[in-house]
Write a protein that binds this ligand. Sequence first.
Ligand code: GLP
Length: 250
Amino acid sequence: MLVVIKKNFEEMSAEAAKLIAKLIHHKPDCVLGFATGSTPLGTYKELIRMHKEEGLDFSKVTTFNLDEYVGLPPRHPQSYHYYMWENLFKHINVDKRHVHIPHGMADDVEDFCDWYEQKIEEVGGIDLQVLGIGANGHIAFNEPGSSLGSRTRIKTLDELTKRYNARFFENPEEVPKYAITMGVGTIMDAKHLLLLASGYEKSDAIQATVEGPITALYPATIVQMHRTATIICDEQAASKLSRKYSGYLS
Ligand code: GLP
């Protein structure tokens, strides 16, 4: 696992976008896994700039998103569909037929989850998966206690996650109770993991992820077992790492 510590959110975002762009140059038809939340917003902004100013070409790229709230239609401003189109897809030349986001309104959620897993397999797997991290150690919506071998499925959201995500909703009551999420096992199958974290409120989560024991109570810790994982975080998020001056690249 490579831990890269950058000065701040902007530098973290620029570094992450550089890594993604490098993969697209090397493999124009790569499969990218995208995340939502506030952390990857700077990375997406930089990718848009690279597309507009440097011609970064997404036309052959296939994408899969990690998760989606159950019960929110794609046009709902808090849905992850809406987020992805607003913050990235509508600004780049991705082919919409190559975009995959879990369907929060699926009639048969179980069927949908099987289809999503199959689809990832059909395209040869995810080359690079972008991840954020919840303050409780969740990745995607794999909340504490999630099986480390889990696949795409429906999950009940943790109380802490609901409270944290309530900031995006007008009324906390509107935060959905369930989500469809790639499983921990699905995420671990990606060829490269790129986990991003910014800010002091993520410092405990980063400390546990990098230095803590691997436990289902902190699903992000499984990243230690991945053969090609890169964590890019800023100094605040890295502030509780005990070996940051000797062992980690900054
Ligand atoms: C959400 C998402 C995660 C995301 C996390 C952190 O609940 N399901 O994929 O990584 O929260 O969000 P933020 O980046 O806003 O801190």
